[in-house]
Design a protein around this ligand. Structure first.
Ligand SMILES: [Zn+2]
Length: 410
């Protein structure tokens, strides 16, 4: 692990990330929510489509079954926030691609995740089907679904894909996080294949055959559109926001949301304010000296000639990515956040929206939310909006479970 001083020397985002690490504020008390929201939230099934559950433990050690004072998520706090199941991000970021470490890193992260799940078997189990999730929940534990975020192989070798499936992986992003794969373009890199290459369609076909979730979060608009056309199954975007709410290329345009929904897919909303509010995005971009959060141009130079262990050390200090703290007058209110979900509900109905919090992946949290424990703030805002309990249930977990069942059942 690097010291924080040495981290400052070579990371482009160091000063920004460092501030949020060093300016840890004293623990604030739980926000007020209505008694009705507490009851409904406790009862409902919550399936979080995206959590950076193990970055902290992978790079810094420890167990995710232990309550941490760092970051936004661990198994203890997630249970207190009412979560029942989650997509566990097997995060292989861009730093591992220039020297082609991505496959090794994917397997290292899967091995680590399986060890952590085994270590915490009293609290969590690996789930590979929708029935697994329900059985695990009935035992009072949380269900973890392995989801590759980033690249497992820039070439998209389907043999490697099948090996990942055998290890329990049930979901993978099409893009290499914000970079292109050789077979699928990402949101935030210049187009290479104008969507999917011919081989990209083979990857989709193999994922359909295996029963793996095709996750189009971070994909380019063309990739998303072509993937929906090419896939026999619904396609999911696990964590994002609407471009009509905030004009960021990483976010989903209304027409593509409609297309995804028309094929039965589900769209997961990231919990942060940067995707939900222009005000928050402008504030944070200014603090990054005008740089977008997807700016990764310095990476090839920074990792040049480094071993995989040196790359580990290079990236370690940014984890867990707790997200920048936004002052109360800037932070998104829970009601504003629900406004954006509601926009999607107006567009595609209540059957295609879900949660993909991205906890510990950097979301600047809504006002008053300390971490995953305070998810009831959202239930309360939905009740104020007049949402029925049935709609709230669908958003928190019913929709994602339905599609996960459809995709993974044989
Ligand atoms: Zn992501």
């Amino acid at each position: 692990m690097l010291t924080r001083r040495s981290f400052l020397g070579h990371s482009a985002i160091a000063p920004f990330a460092l501030r949020s690490i060093l300016c840890a504020e004293p623990e604030t008390s739980a926000p007020q929510v209505s008694a009705r929201a507490v009851v409904i939230h406790k009862r409902t099934f919550i399936f979080d489509g995206h959590v950076h559950a193990l970055d902290r433990e992978y790079y810094h050690g420890g167990s995710f079954g232990t309550r941490s004072t760092e970051g936004q998520w661990d198994l203890v706090r997630a249970a207190e926030g009412g979560e029942d199941a989650f997509f566990l991000s097997i995060f292989v970021p861009e730093e591992y691609y220039p020297s082609r470490f991505e496959t090794k890193q994917a397997f290292r992260r899967i091995d680590h995740a399986l060890q952590q799940i085994a270590l915490n078997h009293d609290k969590v189990e690996l789930a590979m089907t929708a029935d697994d999730i329900l059985h695990i929940r009935a035992k009072g534990k949380m269900a973890a679904i392995l989801d590759i975020e980033g690249s497992y192989d820039l070439d998209g070798n389907v043999g490697i894909l099948r090996e990942l499936y055998k290890r329990g992986v049930r979901s993978a992003q099409l893009s290499a996080h914000n970079w292109n794969q050789k077979y699928a373009d990402a949101c935030c890199s210049p187009p290479q294949s104008n969507g999917l290459s011919k081989h990209g369609r083979k990857v989709i076909h193999e994922m359909n055959n295996l029963g793996m979730v095709i996750n189009v979060s971070h994909s380019s608009d063309q990739t998303i559109s072509q993937a929906i056309d090419a896939s026999d199954h619904p396609v999911i975007a696990t964590h994002g926001g609407l471009r009509s709410a905030n004009d960021i290329p990483r976010l989903m345009p209304d027409d593509l949301l409609k297309k995804l929904a028309s094929k039965g897919g589900v769209f997961g909303f990231q919990i942060g304010g940067e995707f939900a509010s222009r005000r928050v995005a402008e504030y944070l971009t200014a603090r990054r000296n005008g740089k977008s959060f997807t700016d990764t141009v310095s990476i090839p130079d920074r990792v040049k000639g480094k071993t995989i262990e040196q790359v580990d050390s290079l990236v370690a200090p940014v984890y867990p990515m707790a997200g920048a703290r936004t002052p109360d007058n800037i932070a998104v209110a829970a009601d504003e956040w629900v406004d954006v979900v509601d926009k999607a509900v107006q567009l595609v109905g209540e059957d295609h929206v879900s949660l993909g919090s991205d906890f510990d992946g950097g979301p600047p949290l809504p006002r008053g939310m300390r971490d995953v424990r305070d998810l009831p703030l959202i239930t309360d805002a939905m009740l104020r909006r007049g949402y029925s309990e049935g709609r709230i249930d669908k958003f928190w977990g019913g929709n994602l479970l339905r599609v996960f069942r459809q995709i993974t059942q044989k």
